[in-house]
Design a protein around this ligand. Structure first.
Ligand SMILES: Nc1ncnc2c1ncn2[C@@H]1O[C@H](COP(=O)(O)OS(=O)(=O)O)[C@@H](OP(=O)(O)O)[C@H]1O
Ligand SMILES: [Mg+2]
Ligand SMILES: [Mg+2]
Ligand SMILES: [Mg+2]
Length: 365
C-alpha cells in the first residue's frame, strides 16, 4: 500500500490502519496482563466496564488522527474524566505509559512510523488525557468526523473472547472508510486454531480487504464459504432479543453463533456467517430501548457494503450516522452478503414480531 495514490481517501486509509495497528499493540499488551488483574478496570455510569486498554487505545488513535488531520472531528466512546480523579492516579499512570509505548514502538512491516511519535516527542499525562477527550464531539450531519471505539466488546475482551478496535470516517453522514482490528480472530477461517490477528479495511467504492495484524497480505472480501449458514448475534444476552432471533433462525434454518463486538461484521464480510442480526432487548415499563451508538456500527456497516452485502434496520431502512453520537430509534439491524437472504430475514422478523406481540397480549391480564 503506497501513501502516494490517486485513490480517494488513500492517506486517510493509511493513517487509520496505522492508528488501529498501534492501538492493537496496547490492547494485546493489556489483554495478556489484565485478564488476570481486574484492578485495571472501572465501571462506567451505565455499569459497562472500561479498562486501561480502552483509555490508552483511544489516546493512541486520537493522537495519530489529530496529528494527521487537525481539523477533523472525533466521536470517541471514552472520556478521560474518571482518570483525573485522585483515586485513579495509578490507573492514569498505566494508561499514559501504555499509550506512550504504543506511539513510539516501531510497527512490524510498518512503513507508517511517521504517524507515531518521534523519540523526542514524549506527551505529558495532561496531554494524553486531553487526547482521549478529543473524542467528545457530539457528531451530526454536516461534518467530517471519525468514530473511535478503542475496544468494542469490552466484556468479550475481559472474558478472553473476541473484541475489536474500530475506526471509521464519516463525511456528511455517509461512512467513507472503516478499519477494524481483531487481535483474537483467526486469520484463516479454515484453520481456527492457527495464527490470530486480523485487520479489516473498507473504503467506499474500493472494496473490502483483510490483512494480518502484522501488516501482511491483502485478501479481498468475501473469500470464504462456510458449510453451515450462521446468524451472528451478540454474545451478551442483554444486548439483544434472544427469543426473537431464535424464531427467525429456526424459520430460515440458520444456526446461531454468539460473538462479542464488531468481529461479527468482519466474519460476515469474509463469508463465515450468512446474517448479522441485532434486535433491541425487550424493555419493561416506560424504559426506552437502548440507543445504538455510531462507533459500534459505522465501521462494520461499510465493511459489509464493500464486501457486496446489504445492511439496513430491521424494517429495511438505511442506518443513520448523522443524528449525533446515537443512531436514533432502535429498530435493530440486519446485514447479509446475499441480497435475497436480506429480504427473507426482514420478512421473517415481521412474522416473529407478530408472534411475540400475540404471546405478550395473551400473558397481559
Ligand atoms: N443494552 C445494550 N444493548 C445493546 N448494545 C449495548 C447495550 N449496552 C452496551 N451495548 C453496546 O454493545 C457493544 C458490544 O457489542 P455486541 O453486543 O455486539 O457484543 S457483545 O456480545 O455484547 O460484547 C458495546 O460496545 P463496547 O462498550 O465498546 O464494548 C456497547 O456499546
Ligand atoms: Mg463500552
Ligand atoms: Mg462498542
Ligand atoms: Mg468500546
Amino acid at each position: 500500500m503506497s501513501i502516494v495514490s490517486s485513490d480517494a481517501f488513500s492517506v486517510e486509509k493509511h493513517v487509520a490502519v496505522a492508528a488501529v495497528r498501534r492501538a492493537c499493540l496496547v490492547t494485546c499488551t493489556v489483554f495478556n496482563q489484565l485478564v488476570r488483574d481486574r484492578t485495571d478496570t472501572l465501571s462506567k455510569e451505565d455499569e459497562s466496564p472500561v479498562t486501561v486498554g480502552d483509555y490508552a487505545a483511544q489516546a493512541v488513535i486520537n493522537t495519530i488522527l489529530k496529528k494527521a488531520f487537525p481539523k477533523d472531528h472525533i466521536v470517541g466512546e471514552e472520556g478521560a474524566d474518571a482518570l483525573r480523579e485522585e483515586s485513579n492516579t495509578r490507573l492514569k499512570e498505566r494508561v499514559v505509559a501504555l499509550a506512550t509505548n504504543a506511539l513510539k514502538e516501531d510497527l512490524i512491516n510498518g512503513g507508517e512510523s511517521q504517524w507515531g511519535l518521534g523519540a523526542q516527542d514524549e506527551l505529558s499525562s495532561a496531554a494524553m488525557l486531553n487526547a482521549i477527550d478529543e473524542g467528545n464531539d457530539t457528531g451530526g450531519s454536516n461534518k467530517r468526523m471519525w468514530t473511535v471505539d478503542p475496544i468494542d466488546g469490552t466484556k468479550g475482551f475481559l472474558r478472553g473472547g473476541q473484541y475489536a478496535v474500530c475506526l471509521s470516517l464519516i463525511v456528511n453522514s455517509r461512512v467513507e472508510l472503516g478499519v477494524i482490528g481483531c487481535p483474537n480472530l483467526p486469520t484463516d477461517p479454515a484453520h481456527p486454531g492457527g495464527e490470530k490477528g486480523c485487520v479489516f479495511i473498507a473504503v467506499r467504492g474500493q472494496g473490502a480487504h483483510q490483512i494480518t495484524l502484522s501488516g501482511n497480505g491483502a485478501v479481498k472480501l468475501p473469500y470464504f464459504h462456510s458449510e453451515k449458514s450462521y446468524v451472528l448475534q451478540s454474545e451478551e444476552a442483554k444486548h439483544t432479543n434472544v427469543p426473537l432471533i431464535r424464531r427467525v433462525s429456526e424459520e430460515l434454518h440458520l444456526s446461531e453463533w454468539g460473538m462479542d463486538s464488531q468481529a461479527k461484521y468482519c466474519c460476515l464480510a469474509r463469508g463465515e456467517g450468512a446474517v448479522y442480526l441485532r434486535m433491541p432487548a425487550p424493555t419493561t415499563g416506560d424504559k426506552k430501548p437502548y440507543e445504538e451508538r455510531i462507533w459500534d456500527h459505522a465501521p462494520g456497516s461499510i465493511l459489509v457494503e464493500e464486501a457486496g452485502g446489504k445492511i439496513t434496520n430491521s424494517e429495511g431502512a438505511p442506518l443513520q450516522f448523522g443524528l449525533g453520537r446515537g443512531m436514533g430509534e432502535n429498530r435493530g439491524f440486519v446485514a447479509t452478503i446475499d441480497e435475497g437472504l436480506h429480504g427473507r430475514v426482514v420478512s421473517a422478523i415481521k412474522r416473529a414480531q407478530l408472534v411475540e406481540d400475540a404471546t405478550e397480549a395473551k400473558s397481559t391480564p
